[in-house]
Design a protein around this ligand. Structure first.
Ligand code: NAD
Ligand code: TDX
Length: 335
């Protein structure tokens, strides 16, 4: 066995970052330091049960060079998940998106440049804008950037910073752009947890617009395994798209949740649409599959949703405190 691999995982107390930390710690000879600001979106509990000699939490801001530099210096690799992640929030107040997603990434890249550290950048398919419903093409590594929202524009900008730092300064970087994640520990502001918890509370599902918008769903554990493969075996300088052939329109997802929860097919309401709402995302994951042999474990969305519904039903103590405030913000916007 080689020496312990020391990972710095930013945003490792968030939904996807914490799933990746749990995945990484399950691999031999890996030590993880999490750098997380513990915003409203973080949950310490999601990584609290992991062995203390394998995981350390440092509370701090990725946009703070004083916090970032020594941690990057001590790491063999950085995996950068930390971000402001919710589109609707970026429409109400874009400011923290610019600071965290752009200045935060810049701060990490400068530290990576000083220390020559391996860097993996976590991004989203939203950087490519949206597709028509009947477009036979899906997003690939060659699709042009065309972000729509303040959130996706800051993610697109952060990807471009990584590409420029790789080309101009030769930092050893990879990027992944993943589709919509679902699974345990996702904040109740997001689509699937919002519907599950509203329905558990006896309310009606809230569908933006007509519900025709399509998202390409992937289980968060499949995202983690893909990032792990790219980190270990991806080619430096490359971008990989991560997706699991999970396209569904929002109305269909809501109807699956209604059926799983034993509700009527019409226990839903159409609410005010999101401004600039992207119509469809779809990932072509061919490169990731062919080059790295990665395959998703969760290929049945309905089965994955069943597990997720069960998880939320069993973890009300966790989501309950955030629910009322989140719904109040939605209600103020007619959503
Ligand atoms: P999340 O909002 O659940 O978690 C974000 C985490 O980052 C939180 O723990 C938060 O405290 C931390 N954070 C925020 N600002 C910080 C700062 N300035 N310094 C340090 N930590 C900070 O987000 P998520 O859904 O887990 O998304 C994680 C990453 O994956 C993001 O980069 C996001 O763009 C990307 N992504 C998300 C999805 C999705 O479906 N959720 C899909 C593709 C890509
Ligand atoms: O109540 C709702 N009703 C509804 O119809 C909410 C919260 C959302 N929606 C719709 C909007 C989208 O079409 O559901 C879809 C999914 O919405 P979100 O969960 O807000 O996700 P999305 O905007 O697609 O972005 C997500 O995937 C890409 C993540 O939040 C991003 O971080 C990631 O980059």
């Amino acid at each position: 066995r080689g020496p312990m691999q020391r990972l710095l995982v930013t945003g490792g107390a968030g939904f996807i970052g914490s799933a990746f930390v749990r995945h990484a710690v399950a691999q031999p000879d890996t030590h993880v330091t999490v750098l997380d600001k513990l915003t409203y979106a973080a949950t310490r509990e999601s990584i609290a049960d992991l062995p203390a000699d394998r995981v350390e939490l440092v509370v701090g801001d990725v946009a703070d060079p004083g916090a970032v530099d020594p941690l990057v210096a001590a790491a063999d690799a950085v995996v950068h998940f930390a971000a402001e992640s919710h589109n609707d929030n970026s429409l109400s107040d874009p400011s923290p998106f610019v600071t965290t997603n752009l200045v935060g990434t810049f701060t990490l890249l400068e530290a990576v440049r000083r220390h020559g550290t391996r860097y993996h950048h976590i991004s989203t398919d939203e950087v490519y804008g949206d597709l028509e419903l009947d477009d036979p093409e899906r997003f690939t590594e060659h699709t042009a950037y065309r972000p729509s929202s303040p959130y996706s524009a800051t993610k697109a900008g952060s990807d471009l910073l990584v590409r420029a730092w790789a080309r101009s300064f030769g930092i050893p970087a990879t990027i992944s752009n993943c589709s919509n994640n679902y699974g345990p520990w996702q904040h109740v502001e997001k689509f699937i947890p919002r519907q599950i918890t509203t329905l558990l509370d006896g309310g009606r599902a809230k569908v933006y617009g007509t519900g025709a918008n399509v998202r390409d769903w992937i289980h968060v554990d499949d995202h983690s395994s893909a990032v792990w493969e790219i980190l270990q075996r991806g080619r430096i300088g490359e971008t990989y798209l991560i997706g699991a052939d999970g396209e569904q329109d929002n109305l269909h997802v809501v109807r699956m949740l209604l059926s799983i929860l034993g509700k009527g097919a019409d226990d839903l309401e159409m609410v005010t649409d999101r401004a600039g709402h992207d119509l469809r995302y779809a990932i072509d994951p061919t490169k990731l599959r062919d080059e790295l042999g990665w395959r998703p474990r969760f290929s049945d969305l309905e089965a994955g949703l069943r597990d997720t519904v069960e998880w939320y039903a069993a973890h009300e103590d966790w989501w309950r405190p955030a629910k009322a405030e989140t719904e109040a913000a939605y209600a103020a916007r007619g959503q």
